[in-house]
Ligand binder design. Sequence first.
Ligand code: PAF
Length: 285
Amino acid sequence: MRAVTSIADWRSAAEGFRAAGHSVALVPTMGALHAGHASLIEAACRDGHQVIVTIFVNQRQFNDASDFARYPRTTEADLEVARAAGATLVALPTADEMWPVGTATTVHVGAVSENWEGADRPGHFDGMASVVTKLLAITGSCTAYFGEKDFQQLAIIRRLVTDLGLPVTVVGAPIIRDDDGLALSSRNVRLSADHRDAALAIPAAVARAARGGSVTDIEADARDLLVAAGLTVSYAAVVNAATLAPFTAGDTGPARFIVAAIVGDVRLLDNGPAHITGDHHAARH
Ligand code: PAF
């Protein structure tokens, strides 16, 4: 495995893989790699690609400067995780090269980015979509792997790849969970033992949605679980899995339950399939 910092080296490595007849996979990350990231790299290897992992803590997607400052930076350990999972190349671009003075382009994806995380974290998705577009543009033709944990992010990336006609296949990979059910996240290291126990209400809410019921019941029961555990709920909603719009009686595609909740000072996300049964807004309560 090779590590590069310059965009020129990263671009020419990707071109070299393709010239040698290999397909290329991209696994974009902000570092602090855990088993969830490793699972993306391993999936890309199994699919037969030369795997490029990018590690770049993108300041443009942090709407809170202190969150950016506190974001874990663990480069040496990250390189080991990437190597062990089978990556061929790790690109660690600098902020100066990614966002040089004079940068004036922002990628804004409408509709799908406006609710939920988009509403709670103004500017976050513009920063994310801008960096992902640049990572894909530098890498060129590839299959790009993203975790389903950031479900709205994944939907936005699918939309932008389609809208911009990028030569990219997007693969969404299942959420990896700890033994207690908590979805793996780089932010979990900031949870105290008590907060970690309380946070288990989040996967419990996801499990509640999978058991099925009306939209109203699923949302109300989930909120009850989260509030009873002392969490502050940002949202707990059943949505159309493709558009991320609130799920309505007219929806025919799959429904997804998405949740964001704050425990201590850590904001955690999770999601899973929602099984909508009967009159979709009927309430038992
Ligand atoms: O999910 C992440 O880690 C980031 O949002 C991504 C996709 C690497 C863009 O910075």
